[in-house]
Ligand binder design. Structure first.
Ligand code: FMN
Length: 684
């Protein structure tokens, strides 16, 4: 199951989620920046870095999967440009915070700190911000000099909506800091993140003009990086053709060792062979892929319930359409050097590289376009008509929704429509790199058990291919269609024509045969430490993925004579003969676990009335209550928007009817289960 939204290039908060706070600092290593006064990583002292680089404003991001990071870069660039205030953008994990309060007194002319804060888990900070919030809670005493603004990134379908943005504001103000403007709340759940950001940013800029007496200028693109075409060729050994990181290009002995030894993380993935892949659906139009990544011979480790990050590349169709509309098709193999013009700006791209490699491996080209992008690309339009149309779309929220968002246009589609196919040859490639979001890894709940499948990691991914009414193309996800292509090629399936095709060989054929870069993200979604504890699992669709891992773990335990508690699994899909994932396997698990395993199924399209897992839960109210009384853990995995919330409401209902308590007491009981970690969610 995928946890990534960007995958679909669309929708929802996390029709799957994804991958990562993605500070691929190491990827920058190969390019020579210009006169870097305080190179990245050399100082964690904010006052020193800001002073040395003559910066007067600071944007910091708390980001897990890169969205807050992308917005913070965008903001820093626009703020600098609009107000002529040199602005630095930084990762919260890269600095110490002891002198946060002194910035305003020690850095001459310093104006403002802006936080971009995403929320994870049950209202928790992204990994890169854990230390920062620890510092605020436990060490920080005084922030009375600090003037700050904050934009929170969250999803209103989660119980702890934007909890970390809210916490940033409440904690900083408690310590005496002054909030400028209001906390911005970006909501992935309603799909309005971009508009929420624009509204907050415009409001903040108005306030800043008044409160800080800042003078606003017309927004003109100022490059922070420089692109130079190189004398090197695509065959030069030092050129990156999209290798997952610099160590993969031309590894020294030590680097070669790290390719199997790790450590593996968001800066350095393991290139894992997919040894087995298969189709799980029985359907002409829908696909779900089971893929097994071999981790033997590597130090990549996982525990049951973790997530696998898959680093995708873009499809041939998207890459060529994108290069074509920029007029770069003929030059796709030309080698370019990417250099920073600002020592604090670090493009996450290994260079030298080629135009094609950059587009294929680093840019999020198949996802939705932001209104800000359209407004700013207008200045490079090839015709007056395209320019006027792009500027209008950039300014008109409703028109933009009607003509772009609701039609699921990506950047290349939109440029094509705006200019009627005339190539946009005047867009500087530096602008493209600086303005297009970075391609992020996609996260999948691991569907294997680290006990029974020590040498392999399994994922279960439904292929994102949506046909919406009034949209003339199929909206596709990046990573899941790549997995489909691998499955078709690996099993030599010739009667399925994929919507997208990919370069499966990868840079310098390094991905042959069937390898993909991956790393593991630890999760808190875990089995009880005592295997005898009963568990209730609600996992419709690909939400069943982690529960397959849980069950395999219990089967392995039972096989070595450990007593295991009951596993009651609720699974739902459309039809028993179409999308019933792992149908045969469950029969096998039943044989092995006997009465300790029970599968309850809900098939939504087999009866006149739709039946979902929630309905089946109600039918089993008595048993659910009894298991909870025996100390059962309750798990939910799948769609956050509707299912997870409905499941919680149904559980409250069950508590009310079975325990004869009021709604408010039942609600508290469920809350209490969460506090005790006996109610866990892995939702997107
Ligand atoms: N948003 C919330 O408001 N509250 C949450 O508790 C929450 N938990 C999440 C858990 C997971 C596994 C994922 C994938 C997202 C969650 N979100 C939650 C939504 C993210 O905060 C939101 O998608 C944000 O844009 C991600 O920013 P990032 O890409 O910078 O990490």
């Amino acid at each position: 199951m995928a946890l990534d939204t960007l995958d679909l290039g669309v929708l929802v908060a996390i029709v799957l989620a994804i991958g990562i706070y993605f500070t691929k600092g190491s990827l920058w290593g190969k390019s020579d920046g210009e006169d870097v006064s305080v190179p990245r990583g050399s100082s964690r002292d904010l006052v020193e870095v800001l002073s040395t680089n003559n910066k007067k404003a600071l944007v910091l991001f708390a980001s897990q999967t890169g969205t807050a990071e992308d917005y913070s870069h965008k903001f820093a660039k626009e703020f600098q440009s609009r107000f002529s205030i040199p602005t630095m953008c930084g990762d919260l994990a890269d600095y110490d915070y002891e002198n946060l309060n002194e910035i305003f007194t020690s850095v001459d002319g310093f104006q403002l700190v802006v936080f971009f804060t995403a929320t994870y888990g049950e209202g928790e900070p992204p990994d890169n911000a854990v230390e920062f919030f620890d510092y605020l809670d436990n060490e920080c005493e005084d922030l009375s000099n600090l003037k700050f603004a904050c934009f929170g990134l969250g999803n209103s379908t989660y119980e702890f909506y934007n909890a970390m943005g809210k916490k940033t504001v409440s904690t900083l103000t408690e310590k005496g800091a002054t909030l400028v403007g209001e906390l911005g709340l970006g909501d992935d759940g309603r799909g309005t993140m971009d508009e929420d950001y624009m509204a907050w940013k415009d409001g903040l800029f108005d306030i800043l003009k008044d409160e800080l007496s800042l003078e606003e200028h017309e927004l003109v693109y100022e490059a922070q990086i420089k692109i130079e075409e190189s004398v090197l060729t695509i065959d030069s050994p030092e050129v990156s053709l999209g290798e997952p990181d610099a160590k993969y290009i031309n590894p020294s002995q030590e680097e070669a060792q790290s390719l199997t030894e790790g450590p593996f993380d968001h800066t350095h993935p393991y290139l894992a062979p997919i040894t087995i892949s298969r189709e799980l659906f029985n359907s002409d139009s829908r696909h779900c892929i089971h893929a097994e990544f071999d981790i033997s011979g590597s130090n990549l480790r996982y525990t049951t319930g973790d997530h696998l990050a898959i680093w995708p590349s873009n499809s041939n169709e998207h890459v060529f359409k994108f290069l074509d509309i920029l007029g770069l098709h003929e030059k796709k193999d030309v080698v370019i050097d990417i250099k920073s013009l600002d020592p604090t700006v670090h493009p996450h791209i290994i260079s030298p590289s080629t135009y094609e490699a950059v587009v294929r491996h680093y840019l999020e080209i198949s996802g939705p376009v932001s209104r800000q992008f359209v407004g700013s690309v207008a200045q490079f339009a090839p015709t007056e008509q395209a320019k006027a149309h792009a500027s209008k779309l950039g300014k008109d929220k409703d028109l933009f929704y009607e003509e772009v968002t609701s039609k699921y246009l990506n950047i290349a589609d939109l440029l094509h429509v705006l200019s009627d196919g005339v190539k946009w040859t005047s867009i500087p490639f530096a602008f493209i790199i600086e303005s297009v979001a970075h391609l992020q890894p996609r996260y999948y709940s691991i569907s294997s058990s680290s006990l029974s499948d020590k040498q392999s990691i399994h994922v279960t991914a439904v292929v994102e291919q949506e046909k919406y009414p009034n949209v003339d193309h199929i909206v596709t996800g990046v990573a899941t269609n790549l997995l489909l292509n691998i499955q078709l090629a690996q099993n030599k399936v010739s009667d399925v024509r994929p919507v997208l095709t990919y370069d499966l060989e990868g840079p310098r054929q390094k991905f042959t045969p069937f390898k993909l870069p991956v790393h593991v993200r630890r999760s808190t979604f875990k089995l009880p430490s005592n295997p005898a504890t009963p568990i209730i699992c609600i996992g419709p669709g690909t939400g069943v993925a982690p529960f397959r891992g849980f069950i395999r773990e219990r089967v392995a335990k039972a096989a070595s004579d450990v007593s295991v508690g009951k596993t009651l699994l609720f699974f739902g899909c459309r039809k028993s003969n179409e999308d019933f994932l792992y149908k045969d396997e469950f029969v096998d698990y039943s044989k092995k676990l006997g009465e300790k395993f029970e599968l309850v199924t809900a098939f939504s399209r087999e009866t006149a009335e739709k039946v979902y897992v929630q309905h089946k839960m109600l039918e089993r109210a008595k048993e659910i209550n009894e298991l909870l009384n025996e100390g059962a853990f309750f798990y939910v995995c799948g769609d956050a928007a509707r299912m997870a919330r409905d499941v919680q409401n149904v559980l409250i209902k069950i508590m009310m009817s079975e325990r004869k308590v009021t709604e408010s007491i039942a609600t508290d009981m469920v809350k209490n289960l969460r506090v005790l970690n006996r109610y866990q969610e892995d939702v997107w």
